[in-house]
Ligand binder design. Structure first.
Ligand code: DGL
Length: 284
């Protein structure tokens, strides 16, 4: 099989990355997509860096075992703690890797007038990857970061509008009012709360990195000669590590349709080892 015929592996800690998968489908309609939501171990946002790295490498190994041509890390927390390591190993394995943070920063820098806020999970804020990139790419831009952990639960509960969501958003974000002109939605779940966040921060531009991640993926596939052109209809497949029924029910809100076909898989120690197994070029 030509490598271009292999699916793009897309991974997230759970349902959130489906917002990225939806964007990939729009931007790359001819690509096969293989999604893995690590629903047995969600959330990643409150876990230690080394734990997130170990989980991410296990998931990457599992996807590699299915055969993928590229990997999209559709989770901000996993991108924060695991992207550099995944990129390094991916290079050895001939599997290019894209995360969600750089594309979000690129978009924010195109639209900002100089005052940016990043909102995300505790891990994403503590990891400081957004902040480091903003400093490196645009030292003249001021920025601050706010962790909004309850937004994840609200989005999964479907409480994205109404008094509860508004109160929580006001509590987290009220201090940013008139302080920033652009807010990066640095978590897969936050685009679902877009209207509520916009109400609390009127006039602020909200940046959702899903679309720019899809464009970065397209550019990466082109660069590596991996773009699929034509052929039989593009397929999608969804894998989860726990509670399929919940993934299908909650996932519908993130994807705009029921993620299907979907099934449960077990991640084994072997998956982690598979990601780390030396590539033939390295072994010789
Ligand atoms: N997908 C995670 C992120 O974008 C949010 C959910 C979690 O904490 O696992 O950071």
């Amino acid at each position: 099989m030509f490598p271009s015929e292999l699916p793009i592996g897309v991974f997230d800690s759970g349902v959130g990355g489906l917002t990225v998968l939806a964007a990939l489908r729009r931007v790359l309609p001819e690509e096969h997509l293989l999604y893995l939501g690590d629903t047995a171990r969600v959330p990643y946002g409150t876990r230690a860096p080394e734990t997130v790295l170990r989980y991410a490498e296990g998931v990457a190994g599992h996807l590699l075992g299915h055969g993928i041509k590229a990997l999209v890390v559709a989770c901000n927390t996993a991108t924060t703690w695991a992207l550099p390591a995944l990129e390094r190993t991916g290079r050895d394995r001939g599997v290019p890797v894209v995360g969600v943070i750089r594309p979000g920063v690129d978009t924010a820098l195109r639209v900002t007038q100089g005052r940016v806020a990043v909102i995300g999970t505790e891990g994403t804020v503590q990891g400081g990857r957004y902040a480091a990139l903003l400093d490196a790419m645009a030292p003249q831009v001021t920025h601050q970061s706010v962790a909004c952990p309850l937004f994840v639960a609200l989005a999964e509960e479907g409480w994205t509008e109404g008094p509860v969501a508004r109160l929580v958003a006001q509590e987290y974000l009220g201090g940013l009012r008139d302080q920033v002109d652009t807010v990066i939605l640095g978590c897969t779940h936050y685009p679902l709360l877009r209207d509520t966040i916009a109400d609390v921060l009127p006039g602020v531009t909200l940046v959702d990195s899903a679309e720019s991640t899809a464009h970065a993926t397209a550019a990466m596939l082109t660069e590596h000669g991996l773009l699929r052109r034509g052929g039989p209809r593009a397929t999608e497949q969804f894998l989860v590590t726990d509670n399929l029924a919940r993934f299908e029910r909650v996932g519908e809100r993130f994807l705009g349709r029921v993620p299907s076909p979907a099934r449960v898989v077990d991640l084994a120690e072997a998956d982690h080892a598979l990601w780390h197994a030396a590539s033939p070029e390295v072994a010789t």
